[in-house]
Design a protein around this ligand. Structure first.
Ligand code: ADP
Ligand code: F6P
Length: 328
């Protein structure tokens, strides 16, 4: 196996922040130092390469961040990175700073940028999946998902108290962009009456007959979890449609929003981020590039960017069916 020695590698966080990104940065920095490589932090994702915002990192630079949400390197969406000319400039800036390889912590959009650097310039890049959405192919879980679902569960449990006390039907919207992982997991964990997720079609008539069925007919409270990207519309729109058909129901809508992106990462996210951050540096040392490090069934795996960017993590159909069976 080829073993590669880099003098200096860069690390950045890109796209939406996710709890555990700091733990991943820490793992990259410390693993690099362990191997005698100089780690360089790049501020604000790809924008920081363009702005030459490079900062030298020592072991102590990442002290006491493992428990912190957000990202110490900050993140950004940098639309101009989609243009080839911008990437030529980025490549020049990286070379000028002596950065010989890159670890990109982010979602599939960020990996498209990383893949472009790898394919266009043969530049060594490894990706680490950091997003609350859990939608990335090539890993069972992404960094941040576990924290996000725990935050959402805590919030929905509180909403349940009010729903029960006042006989309300709550439509609670959770994040996920176009993926239903947060919706499904939080729906099951909170005993929601229904989880509406983009992967499955929602029929408003069926939803209404569920709410008024024999077993539920004396119940006027309930939680319907609505994942972002749902085909029947937003939680507000679905609540409106239900209200039109069942006007005697008192409905409320809560959109959990960005509270799902913040907060101290859970133990699972910290461990996953530590393992994957280390796995990214190990890959570079072995001369592997153009890949995303993931964890499947407990094993560290490396998936080519062109698959990680184009395929999607699939919702477990069995889990979806269980959610329905248990909500009878
Ligand atoms: P995420 O990484 O969380 O999916 P985005 O989709 O916003 O977030 O992508 C983050 C950043 O990655 C974008 O702002 C842009 O800088 C870069 N990026 C996304 N898609 C591409 C692409 N097709 N080519 C080059 N860079 C891209
Ligand atoms: O990808 C993470 C995520 O929080 C999605 O769940 C959501 O659709 C999106 O980012 C929100 O992005 P922004 O913070 O730019 O509104």
């Amino acid at each position: 196996m080829e073993s590669k020695k880099f003098k200096r590698i860069g690390v950045l966080t890109s796209g939406g922040d996710a709890p555990g990104m700091n733990a991943a940065i820490r793992a990259v920095v410390r693993s690099a130092i362990y191997h005698g490589i100089e780690p360089v932090g790049i501020m604000r994702g790809y924008q920081g390469i363009l702005d030459k915002r490079f900062i030298g990192m020592q072991s102590h630079s990442v002290s006491k961040i493992i428990n912190k949400g957000g990202t110490m390197l900050k993140s950004s969406r940098c639309p101009q990175f989609k243009e080839a000319g911008t990437r030529v400039q980025a490549m020049e800036n990286l070379r000028e700073a002596g950065i010989e390889a890159l670890v990109v912590i982010g979602g599939d959009g960020s990996f498209r940028g990383a893949n472009a650097l790898y394919e266009e310039f043969d530049f060594p890049v490894v990706g680490v999946p950091g997003t609350i959405d859990n939608d990335i192919y090539g890993t069972d879980f992404t960094i941040g998902f576990d924290t996000a679902i725990n935050t959402a569960v805590e919030a929905i449990d509180k909403i349940r108290d009010t729903a029960d006390s006042h006989n309300l039907i709550f439509f609670v919207e959770v994040m996920g962009r176009d993926a239903g992982f947060i919706g499904l997991y939080t729906g099951i964990a909170t005993g929601a009456e229904q989880c509406l997720i983009p992967e499955y079609h929602t029929d408003i008539d069926k939803l209404c007959s569920y709410l008024t069925n024999e077993r539920r007919k004396n119940k006027t409270s309930g939680i319907i979890v609505v994942a972002e990207g749902e085909d029947a519309g937003s939680a507000h729109e679905i609540a409106q449609k239900v209200k039109e058909k069942l006007p005697h129901y008192d409905t409320r809508v809560t959109t959990l929003g960005h509270i799902q992106r913040g907060g101290s990462p859970t133990c699972n996210d910290r461990v996953l981020a530590s393992v994957l951050g280390n796995g990214a540096v190990e890959a570079l040392m072995r001369g592997w590039s153009g890949v995303m490090v993931g964890q499947i069934n407990g094993d560290i795996t490396y998936t080519p960017f062109n698959q990680a960017c184009t395929k999607h993590n699939q919702i477990n159909k069995n889990l979806y069916e269980i959610a329905h069976i248990l909500a009878l």
